[in-house]
Design a protein around this ligand. Structure first.
Ligand code: GLU
Length: 518
């Protein structure tokens, strides 16, 4: 039956780029919806015109697309029967519900100016308190409860700006069952008379999300725990509108924490510690400053999503690698942790490593070929661009990479001779006796028919032994001659790939370098 269908929404405000915490909220909503054959909806909550940031909405859409968290309905994803999905386009809808609440005595007009409010705030602060518009204070304010009806009518007839506020009854208890936190009870004395409709006729989040969740038949509302303190007001609004039985199940997600666990993960932590907090690059429309995203840093969307899913949730097993269908199958609110989830940038890389290394060789080859063409401008028939060369390069590099671009940045010596040598390591490992070793080795290499590792490795190692040289030292210097570096891919695999001419050439260059620099 349509009315029983599980429906979840992701309801971001377009106030900037989507933070990874926001993507996680979207992901959990998506997983639960899909698990139950339900719908996942993207609603844009843009009622706060002051905080609107151009480009943010498109960014949200692009980010969800990249992650593969695809809504069935919503802004940018095709209109369902509840369109429009942008709250600013639904503006005329909300006022009637605010007025319904006035009619039933659960809301009131408030005419206080910003200056009036400021005075009250200052007064409260001078006694060390913060001002709360509530049952205690509302009768000292300018509103339809404190003023005679005739005065209220006058004000309304003269188009005096007003807001509509929720009238919260004091000394009551509000309780609900949160999908993450279990049974939660609040006393209404801590709930203020929230503004429901602003003086520009726009609803606040408090009213708008309730009206929309109700009209859009949302069954579960997943959001950040910063909304938990407002939840009792929301429960009251449902009750006062007579929609209590249609209230969605709320799930308040714990925060994503900084890597040290102290406080909420922010863009500044990413900048300081060198990791992104946004899924995609974001260019600030005012400052043109670019914040880097997971996509541009070389993360695969599947790895990003997998990592995010496990930030604050587990399947109840030790399994860490999940495809999207596996996540859909395994997800449950029951296994979301109540405490904040510490973000670990190294673990994020680990996830990427698993996914990158599991890619088919052909995909890695394509990627590497593009990088090589871009860097070296080799022509199409260059041997280093052939499948057979690149596939061997990929096999050598694969056990060492965490990102696709690592293949090229780590393995550049497979595509060009070393431009510099690790001179510190050379100084430590080189001694004059090694000249004699190369005097014997080079002619032997030159006469080799097969340049396979199975031939070259024993040849080199036996010669080192025969000459009574130190295996580690000679091998290290040979590696530096070939690659410029003291560590890297398998040495004899590299020699095989480079072939006789390139290998002997590089050894000669290395020996020349030693001679001229000693
Ligand atoms: N617009 C709200 C936000 O961005 C949505 C919270 C909710 O999902 O209800 O925080």
């Amino acid at each position: 039956m349509e009315s029983n269908k599980v429906r979840l929404r992701f309801a971001p405000s377009p106030t900037g780029p989507l933070h990874m915490g926001g993507v996680r909220t979207a992901l959990y909503s998506y997983l639960f919806a899909k698990q139950h054959g339900g719908d996942f909806i993207l609603r844009i909550e843009d009622t706060d015109q002051n905080r609107f940031v151009p480009g943010a909405e498109q960014y949200i859409i692009d980010a969800l697309n990249w992650c593969g968290i695809i809504p069935n309905e919503g802004v940018g994803f095709g209109d369902g029967k509840h369109a429009p999905y942008r709250q600013s386009e639904r503006k005329p809808l909300y006022k009637q519900y605010a007025e319904q609440l006035i009619g039933s005595g659960h809301a009131y007009y408030a005419f206080d100016t910003a200056a009036d409010m400021e005075i009250k705030r200052k007064q409260a602060e001078s006694t060390g308190k913060s001002f709360m518009y509530d049952a205690q204070t509302r009768m000292q304010m300018q509103n339809s409860l404190s003023q005679p009806a005739s005065e209220v009518n006058n004000l309304l007839n003269n188009n005096t700006p007003y807001v509509i506020r929720l009238k919260v009854m004091p000394d009551n208890e509000v309780a609900f069952d949160d999908l993450v936190r279990g049974h939660v009870v609040f006393n209404t004395n801590i709930v203020d008379d929230k503004v429901l409709l602003k003086s520009d006729g726009m609803p606040t989040y408090h009213l708008a999300h309730i009206v929309d969740d109700y009209l859009m038949q949302i069954t579960h509302a997943v959001r950040g725990e910063e909304w938990l303190p407002s939840a009792p007001a929301h429960i009251l609004i449902y009750k006062y509108l007579g929609w209590e039985s249609k209230m969605p199940h709320y799930a308040h997600l714990p925060l994503l924490l900084k890597p040290d666990g102290h406080g909420k993960l922010s863009k500044r932590d990413g900048d300081r510690l060198g990791f992104p907090v946004f899924p995609l690059n974001w260019t600030d429309p005012i400052t043109a400053e670019i914040s880097s995203g997971y996509r541009e840093r070389g993360y695969l969307p599947q790895a990003f999503v997998n990592m995010l899913a496990l930030l604050g949730w587990n399947s109840g097993t030790t399994q860490e690698l999940f495809t999207m269908p596996q996540l859909i199958n395994a997800f449950s609110f029951k296994h979301i942790h109540k405490a904040g989830a510490k973000f670990d940038p190294e673990k994020a890389k680990w996830f990427n490593e698993q996914y990158v290394r599991a890619l088919p060789d052909a995909t890695l080859v394509d990627h590497l070929r593009n990088d090589v063409i871009e860097s070296y401008k080799y022509s199409g028939d260059d041997v280093r661009l052939t499948d057979s060369y690149l596939i061997k390069a990929v096999q050598l590099l694969k056990p060492r990479i965490q990102f696709l671009h690592d293949m090229h940045s780590m393995g550049h010596y497979l595509f060009e001779p070393p431009q510099t040598y690790d001179t510190d390591a050379l100084q430590k490992k080189w001694n004059e006796n090694q000249f004699a070793f190369y005097d014997v080795l080079l002619p032997q290499l030159n006469t080799q028919q097969s340049f396979d590792a199975t031939v070259i490795e024993p040849l080199v190692k036996n010669l080192i032994k025969e000459m009574g040289l130190k295996m580690g030292d000679v091998i290290s210097c040979l590696r530096i001659f070939i690659s410029g570096k003291s560590s890297g891919v398998d040495l004899f695999g590299m020699i095989t790939l480079l072939g006789k001419t390139e290998t002997t050439q590089r050894i000669n260059n290395g020996l020349q370098f030693i001679k001229t620099n000693n």
